[in-house]
Design a protein around this ligand. Sequence first.
Ligand code: AMP
Length: 419
Amino acid sequence: MSFSSFNLHRRILAGVQALGYNTPTPIQRKTIPPVLQGLDLIGLAQTGTGKTAAFVLPLLERLMKGPRGTVRALVIAPTRELAEQIDQAIASMGRQTGLRSATVYGGVSANLQIQKLRAGVEIVVACPGRLLDHINQSTINLSHLEVLVLDEADRMFDMGFLPDIRKILKHVPAKRQTLLFSATMPDDIRRLVHEVLHDPVIVQIDPGVPAYAVAHALYPVAQHLKTELLLELLRHTDTESVLIFTRTKHRAKRLGQQLERAGHRAASLQGNLSQNRRQAALDGFRNGSYQILVATDIAARGIDVSSISHVINYDMPATADAYTHRIGRTGRAAKTGDAFTFIVREDEDMVNSIERILGEKIERRTLHGFDYKKAAPKSGSVGVRKPLQREPSHRRSALRHSSGSTTQKNQAHKPAPSR
Ligand code: AMP
């Protein structure tokens, strides 16, 4: 099957070709036809499946006909990064259509956004908070809206945006097409679906199951040895771009600095950064000047870097859903990737939940030659190469890994690459 079978406008097809997409992904195959018919739709799919083009293409097709200069489509996304990515996808696929889009999110000047909106755009890609500001100040007019897209609805719920979304819904015409994408379907999203979608078509692409192209592995390790193990793993693993997740902003910042000191081209992305610095870290990661990006879950949302070969969970995520989202960052579309997760004893329950979702046991690995018994330093849990202090013997034995394989997978651990 090719994109031409959707009968899209030739100017839109030209955009698809320019992006180098040849074959529609499963979600595109299932989503584009009903959306072109004007039906409401729920897309149960994680990022990395090609869901952006699944809604952008039929949206562009619809807007080719009809008036220009008024906002006719609104895409709501949880983060500025995701909003930017969707906007870029619209710009790439719609480059020959003359359709215009604008992004609306907080942390940057509202005036520039107002100027762009006044100049006339057909598509707005927005985060909920700033969009509400514009609505309240009448600097955006949504009365001619035809299509509403809610992207990563479960994330928006996690981030507490549901009340804002309900307020926004009061300002858009009741007669419209609504599309909702979500990797999972928690009860609150299910309720929202009943309220805002009309007789929706449901398209399901392996909900909750991380990208099929990803190989998963667990690395049992003591908390205080995580950084050392990470450095060793990076030394022994052939990687392209690497995205590392930590539990807190502080740990992301600190680990980023430690990796830099160890000679890696690394940056960290956490909520404390200004928009400019976030963008610089992201751009650097995208263009390869940083090979490693350390991030927290919230900061990493929406990152789409096609060369990510490894996602490393330095800290276990808080929920199995968060694992799915993190892992969705690698193995995107036609690529494959590895997902390594460092686990401490307390993480076993979460490991069980993730294995249930995956429907299989995840391989436990140990890194040959790594000293897993090295005692913890006197203070600090993230640090490395601090003076050694012996651990109580019961703790040492608890840290030994008894289960799983003790060898490295060949494809994942090639001889140390030259850096
Ligand atoms: P998404 O799930 O929309 O974030 O897309 C994931 C990645 O797949 C992005 O890098 C897209 O550019 C890429 N992609 C989307 N659709 C296709 C396709 N039909 N063929 C190849 N790559 C695609």
